[in-house]
Design a protein around this ligand. Sequence first.
Ligand code: ADP
Ligand code: MG
Length: 252
Amino acid sequence: MTATDTWSPEQPIVSIRNIRKSFGALEVLKGINMDIMKGEVICIIGPSGSGKSTLIRCINALNDIQEGSIKVEGMEVHRPDLDKLELRKKIGMVFQQYNLFPHKTALENIMMAPVLVMKENKTEVEERARALLKKVRLDGKENAYPGELSGGQQQRVAIARSLAMQPDVMLFDEVTAALDPETVKEVLLTIKELAADGMTCILVTHEMGFAREVADHIYFTDRGVIVEHGTPDTFFDNAQDERTKLFLSQIL
Ligand code: ADP
Ligand code: MG
């Protein structure tokens, strides 16, 4: 039996239980719990330094944890014998800095991990990469180099690059924060379309309009704890906690 045999789609696709994470003496996550169902869009919002990036890096095993458990499709992420490739096939991640390879074309950037890391058939991967470029509305840009693309276009290539691994869950950490305002919209539209296709998405974002429109559930974090969470309507119209109210009054 493998670790994933016990998971079925009626159960949370991502299950986070009481995780604690410290950097040295600094405790950054102080007992976080979340259950995310397949196909849900989750937005994590909160002040800078509250632990949002650390939390999503823990989901993807880019950070270790000191206590608790994170399961993705029933597979415990934080265990010594974790198969990182297995995890990469389950979870994709997109960062604020898209970090495309500058000397590779858009198409080559998307094809790299499946071909070089996963040793997949190049012809099949190329077909998939072309379809993904179309999906992120960049057909025609197959042979463009990152330097020839706008920030928003590069970020959409980065999204396509993550999707090329055919993950079941996508993590987005402030992916529009470094973009010019006019290209933010096109990236948010791409994520919206992904969500509409049924992709499970966990986003850290300051785009409140997007969160309100697209999220199924919003979590508000402050100093390493989830202060409150709920549907967008309850969250934006009926926040209970003073810290949430203060944050919203500053940002909205
Ligand atoms: P957010 O994404 O909400 O702005 P982060 O998760 O990036 O917050 O950071 C939470 C806290 O953890 C901050 O105090 C930050 O300085 C600290 N931190 C993050 N990464 C590291 C690291 N690699 N080493 C030490 N401290 C870190
Ligand atoms: Mg962050």
